[in-house]
Design a protein around this ligand. Structure first.
Ligand code: UD1
Length: 422
């Protein structure tokens, strides 16, 4: 398995291009299953999760071609010759469950393995299933698979989520576009990736009201057409690279970055003493003083502080002046990076869903273990600011969500190398 070696090297300077959003692309790709006409996605990120989704769609009978070095995805699902999403692919990535709604809506039957994914909590799919049941689906859970049927097609219904789920909203929304009649989705997620999916579905001919709000009203149509859609920039990759100059000093411009994608995050950066300014081509970031100030952070659904930036924010807080309290409200087990940061000299006390971080002046390089996608990158950020060498082991999670991470960070002056594993 590969590892990454980072050596603390002082201030960073330059530009980092931000890719299209992994999480948007992973829900836009299954949208191809809703139409017999081609769907083209531009600004696609080049990541292993995207390749896994391509593999899954191909196993169902869709055609997927990666053009322009993977930045354009040409998808086509003229006919699906298999309606079983196999465990061997699904276990690699939780987002695989997103093929269930579209397949069921299109052909009235689907069998999908229950997913795996990052080990950041129980992460069930009950809300996805309940939403499809509200549209008339008959579901049966057998041998680790969801067997779904809608003999006369899905019918419009009311989906009332007890709490916000990004994936369940996406599955319900895609299914509703082809259901007969009107579907109302209450307590829908408003994440930019959900909005991006809704925008793409509208391009394909779907009728959706309330995009970007908590209530989505979908008028089912008989068929969807093809479309070309640009993937929204990745706000998590953006936030991650914005933290690099906040941690190391210097000034970095994140190309393609937009304030509206990272509002709550920018408020916290400002409170910590980090300036973010809009430029013609993105967002420029520099800290105001040598050391940032401690700020408290509570994760919440969009537009709140994203759980996917909590680990990286903790890396920043490790060297802040003062004590910060980080509360994780989305996932029950998402502080696995804390003990690893402590190996680097951080002072962190985790009690349930709350981590209290007492800033130290300097972290020290150490061998650490990447436990999940965002944890991996938080350790790299910490390593950039640490004294000496940090070896981040087991980085395969990183390649699921960050394209060319070493190249992008080297481009702004970081000392970072990948060591190929055997
Ligand atoms: C998506 C993102 C992930 C991000 C998360 C929260 C993708 C591919 N992944 O994940 O990076 O961290 O949103 O912003 O887009 N839950 C249930 N039952 C369900 C579904 C979810 O109990 O059927 C729970 C989860 O365990 C979690 C919470 O709901 O505690 C929110 O999860 P959800 O928004 O569904 O996350 P994902 O869509 O899996």
């Amino acid at each position: 398995m590969d590892s990454i070696v980072v050596t603390g090297n002082g201030p960073l300077q330059g530009q980092i291009p931000i890719a299209g959003a992994k999480n948007a692309c992973l829900t836009l790709m299954p949208a191809t299953l809703l139409s017999e006409e081609p769907l083209t996605l531009t600004n696609a990120p080049r990541l292993s999760d995207i390749r896994t989704m391509a593999q899954l769609l191909q196993s169902l009978g869709a055609e997927v071609s990666q053009l322009q070095d993977g930045q354009v995805l040409a998808l086509s699902s003229r006919a699906l010759d298999n309606h079983v999403a196999d465990y061997d692919i699904v276990r690699k990535m939780r987002a695989s469950i997103l093929v269930l709604g579209p397949m069921l809506a299109r052909d009235g039957h689907a069998i999908v393995s229950l997913p795996g994914g990052c080990a950041i909590g129980a992460r069930p799919v009950d809300l996805h299933l309940r939403a499809l049941e509200a549209m008339g689906a008959e579901l049966d859970l057998r041998d680790g698979y969801v067997h779904a049927r809608a003999p006369g097609g899905l019918k419009g219904g009311t989906v009332d989520f007890p709490f916000v789920s990004v994936g369940a909203t996406e599955n319900a929304l895609m299914a509703a576009t082809l259901a007969k009649g009107t579907t109302v989705i209450r307590n829908a997620a408003r994440e930019p990736e959900v909005v991006d999916l809704a925008d793409c579905l509208v391009r394909m001919g779907a009728r959706i009201d309330g995009i970007g709000t908590h209530t989505l009203t979908v008028e089912g149509v008989d068929r969807l057409r093809g479309a070309t859609h640009p993937v929204v920039p990745d706000r998590i990759e953006l936030g991650t690279y914005m933290l690099a100059p906040a941690i190391c000093g210097g000034e970095v411009e994140c190309l393609g970055g937009r304030f509206d994608l990272v509002g709550a995050f920018c408020e916290k950066l400002d409170a910590a003493g980090v300036d973010v300014t809009e430029t013609d081509s993105g967002l420029k970031v520099a800290r105001r003083h040598d050391r940032v100030r401690a700020v408290d952070v509570t994760t919440a659904p969009y537009p709140g502080f994203p759980t996917d930036l909590q680990a990286q924010m903790m890396a920043l807080m490790c060297t802040a002046e003062g004590v910060s309290v980080l509360e994780e409200q989305i996932f029950e087990n998402r502080f696995m990076h804390a003990p690893e940061l402590m190996r680097m000299g951080a002072r962190i006390d985790v009690q349930g869903g709350t981590a209290t971080v007492t800033g130290v002046e300097r972290l020290k390089g150490a061998p650490v273990m990447a436990t999940d996608l965002r944890a991996s990158v938080s350790l790299i950020l910490a390593g950039l600011a640490a004294e000496g060498e940090t070896q981040v082991n087991r980085v395969y999670h990183l390649d699921r969500g960050y394209e060319r991470v070493e190249e992008k960070l080297r481009g702004v002056g970081a000392r970072i190398e990948r060591i190929k594993g055997r």
